[in-house]
Design a protein around this ligand. Structure first.
Ligand code: CO
Length: 464
């Protein structure tokens, strides 16, 4: 069977390599060509793109989505969605999650890839149901990680439960590039035993094995792979689209995609890559192979966060101590995958443990939330001593965390009443209250400026 391709250049590729700074204006001129390729889907929204649009680019992410939708007439658009965290870092009430799914689909998303940083399936229920209801494609992604609890039986059984939950497909999300080729073969075969759903693989080139991993996975029956056009591929991004297309050419897995058309698209993005290298936005370091990610099982983005946290504390010499502490904290926290937001929570706690010279002398607010069950259940129990030290006699919750959150939408609506210009604004505000408010103010100031300019021109056109 032909293997299908999800193109990530409009989301994960630029998120991983250039801090999510690609603008809508940079995307629009090429989408007509991209629409002709025959991709399974184009990932273009969600993840960090929403936050970065509002915060750094002063762009309305909803407007971007509508413009992309208008241009992609034949291609499915895909987004990344963090379960009950939506695109933020906390749990939201069900009414916010449902409304976000509804508006994402209404504005043009076809496929929603939904994951939870603990792989706690209860945190995916609301989003999956909402996607089903809106007739979107609900893909559940499992965050891939290593550890003795993560056996092939665990993955197989989880795949079975995912199908039962109403997912339309399953994705293995290997954010750190930990999945090596021969393990991918075993994993895909195990998943296929657990489910009949189409299986997609998402990995990063960080550790240098990704293209080989894709090859073994496809041979084992993986249906769809995530790749990025060559100018923004490899390194901390995905394997190159053109390379994977060529790899399977003439075999039973042939993608059927046209290399000449892909070359034209690559030509469009290449100057953007050169510009980013020149300006320093693209650091050549992230384009190489970083074997530390296999040694320490830490995603690339997390490593760079650690370096900057230690730099700030003038404790760069403690880097390797922190790297050793991360697996310890992860164990105390029930061995979750390290992916947003668990990667930040575990990383920051590990830094504190090392800098304080005593473990859990200081415990972050987020660590306390994890240990009180507010992010859900991890594969293993929390370390009871650490839990006691962090939250004292507080009774940890064991139910689905969102069951404890009262509806929030009406309150958010009330708070932004005077700034609201479209229904979707309340969702931007729900996720990033300060950033969205600043954006609303900026938007209004721009509009006033435009009005004044228009009035000026009018006066000049009709002199008295
Ligand atoms: Co990714």
């Amino acid at each position: 069977m032909a293997v299908k391709i999800t193109e990530t250049i409009l989301r994960d590729a630029h998120q991983s390599l250039i801090a999510t700074r690609m603008t809508t204006e940079q995307m629009l001129p090429i989408i007509e060509k991209m629409d002709k390729v025959g991709y399974h889907s184009v990932e273009c929204w969600g993840g960090a793109t929403f936050d970065a649009s509002l915060r750094f680019l002063k762009e309305d992410p909803w407007e971007r989505l509508r413009k992309l939708r208008a241009g992609f007439k034949n291609t499915k658009l895909q987004m990344l969605f963090r379960g009950q965290n939506i695109l933020g870092y906390n749990h939201y009430s069900d009414d916010v999650v449902e409304y976000f799914v509804q508006k994402s689909i209404a504005n043009g998303i076809d496929i929603i890839r939904i994951f939870d940083c603990f792989n706690d399936l209860r945190n995916l229920q609301t989003a999956v149901k909402a996607a089903n209801k809106e007739k979107g494609h609900a893909q559940i992604a499992l965050a891939y990680t290593l550890g003795d609890a993560y056996t092939l039986d665990y993955w197989k059984e989880t795949a079975r439960r995912i199908e039962e939950m109403g997912a339309d497909s399953l994705c293995i999300k290997d954010m750190a590039g930990l999945l090596v080729p021969y393990e991918a073969d075993k994993l895909v075969k195990a998943l296929k035993e657990g489910t009949k759903l189409p299986i997609q693989l998402h990995t990063h080139y960080t550790s240098g094995v990704a293209a080989m991993t894709y090859m073994k996975a496809v041979e084992a029956g993986c249906d769809i792979i995530d790749t990025a056009m060559s100018p923004f591929s490899m390194g901390t991004s995905q394997p190159a689209t053109e390379v994977m297309v060529e790899t399977f050419k003439g075999t039973e897995y042939d993608t059927g995609l046209d290399q000449n058309l892909l070359a034209e698209i690559a030509n469009y993005f290449r100057p953007m890559q050169e510009e980013a290298l020149k300006s320093g936005l693209l650091n050549p370091k992230v384009m190489g192979v970083d074997i530390k990610t296999l040694l320490y099982q830490v995603p690339g983005g997390m490593l760079s966060n650690l370096v900057s946290q230690l730099k700030e504390a003038k404790a760069e010499d403690k880097f390797y101590d922190v790297l050793k502490e991360i697996p310890e904290v992860r164990k105390d926290f029930g061995e979750p995958p390290l992916v947003t937001p668990s990667s930040q929570i575990v990383g920051t706690q590990a830094v504190l443990n090392v800098l304080q010279g005593e473990r859990y002398k200081m415990v972050t607010k987020e660590s306390k939330k994890v240990l009180s069950g507010e992010f859900g259940q991890t594969i293993k129990p929390f370390n009871p001593e650490v839990q006691k030290k962090a939250i004292g006699d507080v009774e940890p919750i064991t139910c689905r965390p969102a069951d404890k959150i009262a509806p929030q939408l009406a309150k958010f609506e009330e708070e932004i009443k005077e700034w609201k210009q479209q229904d979707e604004d309340v969702l931007s505000y729900a996720l990033f209250p300060q950033v969205a408010m600043e954006f609303f103010k900026h938007r209004q100031a721009q509009q006033t400026k435009v009005d004044v300019n228009a009035a000026d021109t009018k006066n000049q056109a009709y002199p008295v």
